[in-house]
Structures are given as C-alpha cells and as structure tokens.
Design a protein around this ligand. Sequence first.
Ligand SMILES: NC(=O)c1ccc[n+]([C@@H]2O[C@H](COP(=O)([O-])OP(=O)(O)OC[C@H]3O[C@@H](n4cnc5c(N)ncnc54)[C@H](O)[C@@H]3O)[C@@H](O)[C@H]2O)c1
Length: 428
Amino acid sequence: MSPVTFIVVGAGQRGNVYGDFCLRNPLAASVVAVCETNSKRKRNFVDKHSISQDNVFDDYKLIPAGLAQAAVVSTLDDLHVDMVVRLASLGYSILCEKPMATTLADCERMRKAVKDNNVLFACGHVLRYSPYTRALKKVLDAGEIGDIVNIAHIEPVGWYHFAHSFVRGNWRNEAQTSFSLMTKCCHDIDLLLHYMTPNKATRVSSFGGLYHFKKSQKPKAAGTATKCLECPLKDSCAYSATQLYIPNARRLNRGWPVSVVCEGAEVDAQTPKDLEDLVMDKLANGPYGNCVYEIEDNDVCDQQVVNVEFEGGKTATMTMIAFTEAVCQRSTRIHGTKGEIIGDMSKFTVFNFETREKRQVDPATFDLDKDGTSGHGGGDSGLMNAFVRALQTGDQSKVGCDVDDVFNSHALVFAAEEARRKGTVVSL
Ligand SMILES: NC(=O)c1ccc[n+]([C@@H]2O[C@H](COP(=O)([O-])OP(=O)(O)OC[C@H]3O[C@@H](n4cnc5c(N)ncnc54)[C@H](O)[C@@H]3O)[C@@H](O)[C@H]2O)c1
C-alpha cells in the first residue's frame, strides 16, 4: 500500500509535529505539499520533506484539488474555518487542529462543509489518542467500575506555561483567538464527553475569571517597569521573563519556549552566547519580555471551574488553573458504582469495591500503538495513526469520532463559557 499523502497548511509548531510523524513513518504517510506564509518556515519545511516547488503555496486559495488525499490545517485558531471549508470543497479529507473555530457558528460552518463534501475528518483532540486514555477507556468500556456516576478532572496549566502562552503569548486575548477554556481546555471537556459516552451532556454551569495577571496585582516593588529587563524584581518574580527564558538560552535549549520567543520553529543560534543575545533582544523588544501585570490586552481567565450534568443525572467537574507546579499533567478521578479510577495521564489505579483490590495500570502493558517520540503522552502519533488508518480504508470510524462528535464537544465548551459570563445554567 502506498503512503497516504498530506498537504500541511501552516508549517509552524503543530504542522511540524504532524509532518515529523510522516518522516518517522514513511511507509504510512508522506507530506507532498505545503502552504505557509512565513518564508523561512516554508523553506525549512520544503527541504525537510523534499516537496516539489509546484506544490508550495503561500495562499491557501491557490491550492488546487488533487495534490494529496488530506490536508492538515495547523494555522492559528481563527484561520481554521475558511481553510477547512475551501479544502473540503476541493475533496481533501481534513485533520484540523483544535479548536475547530472560534465561534459556534463557524464550527457549524465547518461541520456542514465536511458533511456536504463527504470527506473524512479528524480534530487535534490528541489526548483521546494517547495510550493512557485508550487504556483507561478500555477499562471503562469493560464495565470494571460499573456505571460511571461522576468525574472530577483538573488541568494544571503550570505557572510559567500560563504566563508564556496565555498572558504574554498567542492566546492572551480573546478577540484575537478565543477564551482560555476553548484554547486550553477544549481537550479536557472533550475527554469528559469521551469517558461519559454514550451519556450526553444535558446542562452546564461555570465560574472563573482573570484573577492574577492584572495591574492591581502588580507587586509595589516592581514600580513602573513594564518590561522584565527593567524591573527591580527581575531575579525574584515568579513570572520574570529573564528567569523563564535566559536559563534555557544558556543551555542552548532552542526548543519551546525559546523557539516561540524567537518567532520561529527553528532557531539558528549555534552557541549559548548567541542564543542568549538573541533572546535578550526579543525580551527587550517583543511581547515575551512584558511584565505579566502590565499587558493591557490580556483578558483570558487564569482559573475556571465547569460543572456538567449528563443524561441520567451523572455529573462531572473540570478545573482549569494557571497556578500549579505541574504543567498540563492532568489528574482525573472517575467514580463508578463498582469502583474508582484515579489517574495522572501517565498511569492509573483501578479500585474494585467488590474485591477490595486495587491494581495499577501502566498503559505500556496494553496492546496499543505506541510512539515514545511523540508529544501529548503519545497522543500526537495516536491521532495520526488513527487518521492514516481512516484514509487507508475510507472508514471514518477508525478516527474514533466524527465531525458531529467534535462539534458537540465544542458546543459544550461554548455553553460553559456562556454560563460563566451570564451566571446561569445552560441547557444543551
Ligand atoms: N492539539 C494540541 O494539543 C495543540 C497544541 C498547541 C497548539 N494547537 C493548535 O494548533 C494550531 C497552530 O498552533 P502552533 O502553535 O503550531 O502555531 P504556530 O504559530 O507555530 O504555527 C502556525 C503557522 O501558520 C502559519 N500561517 C499563518 N497564516 C497563514 C496562512 N494564511 N496560510 C498558511 N500558513 C499561515 C504561520 O506562519 C505559522 O508558521 C492552533 O490552532 C493551536 O491552537 C494545538
């Protein structure tokens, strides 16, 4: 069987994650075309995948039909919908990064385009595809803990990760991207729905807000500084940009988050000194050196709780919180009528109320596709493996969900945010 073929639209951080999967699995998948507006990223991506110049674009509207079987749409959030609608109309199957879109109406537009054109569809809800989640879901589906009555789930974003991405970075402003429950936790809401399937969500409430990253919380000793480099607290503030980025530069760590500060997936600096000089320049002149208390267009929640009621009166809670040591190491407790599962996205325990026995499940012992080199606990490769199988067979069920499921998952996130804003309970 020849490899399935992809065009990658948006060859940034995520586009490279999916592209790298193809390089590691050349018999299964190949990138044959790219659309990218940044010339350096485009050149690097073209070289990496040996893409013919005829198949290189910087405007997705110029992409013709028939270059590849599927398109990976991995541009920033607000660009997804128009790209997917056009590419689906040309017959490309779609892997769209999460979120689908930044409004419910645009999610609906994407759903319609996928269905009207009868193309295969997958969403970058990569956590569903990790060996951990698939092992846990197997235990749930086998009925080991009886009926699931309640789930308590927490997403600890991490204090410096939140400051980097959601205070200084791409996802700090709702109008530019979306609210943080969508940009950070649509994964987590999706997991709740996944675990509760076939019970559907019926009602939702939510509370939260931007608690800390605002002027009123700025330490007095920081004075009038708006840049960390000018601040008297630059060596002690928990959110100091110098504390976060300079040690990475000195270790010549060109990966995340330094790669983001330097505005490129690839950073050319070859010595620690060169990288430090580059980062210092970016901190002095770019958004990643800004004082976290002085960023006027930062308006997304740094903490939020969501309560969901499911069919049959079952319940789930989700907490998103910036102020944690753990970085995205979610913890989940699933309470069933016959047992309880406690997991940390790596391993989980299953306690059986009948036998009083507890066992630890290490997903590595499950017969699942594994790829130790992939991010999100193997979820990135898990998603690509599933989508490639769907493309090979023409069978949407290999993805494990369809565009309606993905739409419903986003609809719950929008409903939760509506509930938070209005202070009401929203029925679904
Ligand atoms: N699934 C996950 O866990 C996960 C994790 C991080 C990000 N994301 C999502 O992935 C998407 C991409 O995020 P990223 O971190 O890779 O961003 P990025 O900025 O690294 O990559 C986006 C790329 O799109 C390019 N681009 C911009 N406009 C374009 C256009 N009109 N045509 C073609 N290319 C264009 C940019 O130059 C850039 O290279 C976002 O929607 C983000 O929310 C998902």
